[in-house]
Design a protein around this ligand. Structure first.
Ligand code: SAM
Length: 278
């Protein structure tokens, strides 16, 4: 895969992609990241790339001539039909599915804005889509471009040590990922859930799936409303809710008993009281 990035800060891009999974993937030749600086296409002696906005107002706007020339130069290095994508707070939201779609392409171009953004005519003439990484405004498109590159490159076959990692991750199966633990088994009084040390793979899979469903329900109900749940997830959610309801009732009963005895209620254990998926 070949990725080109149009940026006023090529060193920022080239520096950041040297690390971790992306860095290793690039070293192994799974992807190639090139950059194109609009400043190199500015024709005046001062290499001007921005100007004041028509109509007045604060800030500067990226001028169309050097930016479009940079887009065209970088696009010419990519396989035919590679999409030209502008990073923009106004774009469609970047998602895991969007990352998987880009990972299936032979190449794509990322255009990063700065200042107040880019002249609208560049979008009309040199951009196919706009992508936002979230509902907040950053000072430039380089960090969003790096987020896109990271999310895409780690999905390329061979980029991760174990291909299962990307299949099991949050959002991939329509669920957030389950909680993860590593050694030691007891840390500051908190024990790893017993099932994970049982060696019973079927039980572990069931536990993880239930925790993934529960987490998604607790943390991203909006995701469930938008995407729905697979039949298994929906069944497991009902079981989880029933178990939580039962735990709640049991806790209330216990605290009632303790109140009567004048005892103080102890805080919940590390796993949270009242629910254990079967
Ligand atoms: N004036 C623009 C607006 O109100 O939409 C914001 C410009 S922002 C300061 C400068 C550049 O940062 C943008 O052109 C874009 O490339 C990038 N950027 C900022 N926030 C972004 C986001 N949430 N997603 C993707 N790119 C973003």
């Amino acid at each position: 895969m070949r990725i080109e990035v149009v940026t006023l800060f090529p060193e920022m891009l080239r520096g950041a992609v040297r690390f971790g999974i992306v860095g290793r993937a690039l070293e192994r030749g799974l992807a190639l990241v090139g950059t194109e600086d609009p400043r190199a296409h500015a024709v005046d002696p001062r290499r001007t790339v921005d100007d004041r906005p028509y109509g007045g107002g604060p800030g500067m706007v990226l001028k169309p001539e050097p930016l479009l020339a940079a887009i065209r130069a970088a696009h010419a290095r990519l396989p035919n039909g590679s999409p030209r994508i502008l990073l923009s707070a106004q774009g469609e939201r970047f998602t895991q599915r969007g990352a998987a779609e880009l990972a299936a392409l032979p190449g794509f171009l990322l255009v990063t804005g700065r200042y107040e953004g880019v002249d609208e005519r560049v979008i009309e003439l040199g951009v196919d889509r706009e992508i936002s990484i979230g509902d907040y405004v950053l000072s430039g498109g380089e960090v969003p471009a790096l987020a896109v590159i990271d999310a895409v490159v780690r999905l390329l076959p061979g980029a991760l040590g174990d291909e299962r990692s990307s299949l099991e991750e949050s959002f991939t199966q329509g669920l957030l990922e389950w909680p993860q633990y590593t050694r030691p088994e007891v840390f500051e009084g908190r024990r790893v859930p017993e099932v994970l040390t049982s060696g019973n793979h079927a039980e572990i899979e069931r536990w993880r799936y239930a925790r993934a469903v529960e987490r998604t329900w607790l943390r991203r109900p909006d995701w469930i409303v938008e995407h729905g749940l697979a039949p298994r997830a929906s069944r497991v959610l009902n079981e989880v809710l029933a178990a939580r309801g039962a735990g709640e009732l049991r806790r209330k009963g216990e605290s009632h008993e303790q109140d009567r005895a004048g005892a103080r209620e102890e805080p919940d254990g590390p796993e949270g009281a009242g629910f254990q998926a079967r």
